[in-house]
Write a protein that binds this ligand. Structure first.
Ligand SMILES: [Zn+2]
Ligand SMILES: [Zn+2]
Length: 499
């Protein structure tokens, strides 16, 4: 009770880290949207009863991670447990597939291809698994006092955690544009997503990469000791490969650089990331903590997000105003001392592109390799709003619309795509007159394609399908093409070749 109302140690409510309204919102008793974005809490058994401390979610993913050491009022504590829900931990796990190429996030049934870029879902170049079965959204952590930390433990923690970042657009909330040089060379593709979601997954200690995720006792919520399981619990009672996850909602901008120079590719992309970040901050007068960025997947995509509460509303303007990137290039040339030379700055300095936050990239950042690119951006860029969708984009859109439970649909779509046939106009679109949802439709040609996977095998289902499709033909005049998974559907597909 004292903890809830904040009466401990005579502190008033406002100074108290444990904010009762936030607590009620976190537990679902009050709607959360009126309060500052909900942080993650950790319980520290200090003094009488204990104290809750809280951290913003992305920070909590490291600080409150299993077995991490917390320093609190001069004592050492170790994160020992996670709060377990009444229904048990099993129901909390999410199955997640992430794209190694672009970082896109999918949950639910595992996918074979990325909804965003169409790439195959497979482990990334660092060996991070793409399909995860035990991803646990982060809950309140519980710490216990640990006076002695062994050198071994310190050593393992020193390298930190292996954290990957992923994102997903909210449906119907994305816009794309391409920035071109004067000669028409595309420079980069922009995709803006309002109220998109960013996920971060903590996949375990960096030091023991070969051992993926964390170990968790599903009954007690106690994190297993990665190093020495015997001393804690019998290993078979532990869940292994448990990954921790936090999410945030914000406006994002995904930048896909095109025609990147082959030489110094990594340095070029890293420099581009910080040049764009610093220049956007300068042009739109944002604080450093209002706009943040990261390289995604295998470094081919840059993710920018408005980190401030509610968003700064800047990223959406970049697509709308054709002159936006000319201004950004101009500011970037100024920031990188190309307008007024600074001889003491060799590759980059703290006055231009370096900051404490990007220290891990300092060796890569080099203002000189980005100069020619900035000149092009300054002189001649034109924004072409992408009005109609390109073939690839249409393919991605259709992949997204397919029924997540039907892999056969995606196999058929991929075949259509690979053969270079005309792509359908829509997938899973309801035709109201017939109360029917064909898997794919071609509107102009009035063709409806049905892809029958194994769930359509039973005689009952087949009869029902037949009635539905006859009805569609009768009501709308659509031609019906039925492809069954266990027949030679590839031969049948030739019909679409003449569209
Ligand atoms: Zn992808
Ligand atoms: Zn400098």
């Amino acid at each position: 009770m004292d903890l809830l109302v904040g009466h401990t140690q005579g502190k008033s409510n406002s100074q108290f880290e444990f904010y009762p309204y936030r607590y009620f919102a976190a537990e679902g008793f009050l709607p959360g949207f009126n309060f500052p974005r909900l942080p993650v809490r950790a319980f520290i058994p200090a003094g009488e009863g204990g104290e809750f401390i809280s951290r913003p979610r992305s920070m909590a993913l490291r600080e409150f991670a299993p077995n991490n050491i917390l320093y609190y009022e001069g004592s050492k504590f170790m994160v020992a447990k996670t709060k377990t829900p009444v229904g048990g931990i099993e129901g909390e796990y999410k199955r997640v597939s992430v794209c190694a190429n672009c970082g896109y996030y999918h949950d639910g049934d595992f996918r074979d291809t990325c909804e965003n870029c169409g790439a195959e879902i497979k482990p990334d170049i660092h060996g991070n698994v793409a399909k995860l079965t035990r991803v646990l959204p982060m809950e309140t952590a519980i710490a216990r006092r640990r006076e002695r930390i062994t050198c071994d433990e310190e050593e393992r923690l020193k390298y930190g955690y292996n954290i990957t970042t992923h994102f997903r657009y909210a449906s119907q909330k994305r816009e794309s544009a391409i920035i071109q040089a004067a000669d028409g060379t595309p420079l980069f593709k922009l995709t803006y997503g309002a109220t998109a979601t960013i996920w971060r997954i903590n996949r375990g200690l960096k030091k023991n990469r070969e051992e993926r995720g964390f170990k968790l006792n599903p009954t007690t919520g106690v994190w297993g000791d990665n190093k020495n399981p015997q001393t804690q619990q019998t290993p078979d009672s532990l869940h292994t490969e448990v990954n921790l996850m936090v999410d945030d909602t914000c406006n994002i901008l995904v930048v896909e650089p095109l025609n990147v120079p082959v030489e110094d590719r990594e340095a070029f992309i890293a420099t581009l990331q910080y040049v764009l970040e610093t220049a956007i901050q300068a042009v739109y007068k944002l604080e450093a903590n209002e706009l943040d960025s990261e390289r995604l997947g295998e470094g081919k995509y840059l993710l920018f997000w408005e980190a401030a509460e509610g968003g700064a509303g800047v990223l959406s303007q970049l697509l709308e105003k054709p002159e936006a990137f000319r201004k950004i290039a101009d500011a970037a040339l100024d920031i990188c001392h190309f307008k007024e030379a600074k001889d003491s700055c060799i590759q980059a300095c703290y006055e231009c592109l370096l900051s404490y936050r990007n220290q891990f990239d300092h060796a890569l950042i080099n203002r000189h390799i980005i100069k020619p690119w900035l000149d092009v951006l300054l002189e001649s860029n034109v924004i072409t709003q992408v009005k109609g969708l390109s073939r690839d984009e249409q393919y991605q859109k259709l992949l997204e619309q397919t029924d997540p439970n039907s892999n056969f649909e995606r196999v058929v779509l991929q075949e259509i795509y690979l053969r270079g046939y005309k792509l359908p106009d829509a997938a899973q679109e309801l035709i109201p007159e017939a109360k029917c949802k064909p898997d794919f439709i071609y509107r102009e040609e009035a063709i409806a394609v049905f892809c029958d996977g194994s769930v359509h095998d039973s005689p009952d289902k087949r009869r029902q399908d037949q009635i539905e499709r006859d009805n569609l033909r009768y009501e709308t005049g659509y031609n019906i093409i039925t492809l069954r998974h266990n027949e030679d559907w590839r031969a049948k597909l030739v019909i679409l070749g003449s569209l």
